[in-house]
Design a protein. Sequence first.
Length: 98
Amino acid sequence: MVKEILTDDQKKMARYAKAMGHPIRMYVLELLSKQSCCYSGDLTEDLPIAKSTLSQHLKELKDAGFIQGEIEAPRIKYCINKENWKEAQILFKKFLSI
């Protein structure tokens, strides 16, 4: 039997770090952390990127659990997933204080 050397916390941090690994995603996270929610259409007006590219970045953040989307046809409202946001803060603070 092979011993597992990676902890759940390490795996979670890696998932969060990967999602944070692009400046556009960092912009979105910073924006959403300062307000309750935002519509994807509003983001496309702010950012100098194609809608399809923004959708890929939002998908990456959603897959990591940082954000959640709610369909309000024809738009999608995105908000920070507060539980995972707090968890990421705790994990990174703990890791960076080593």
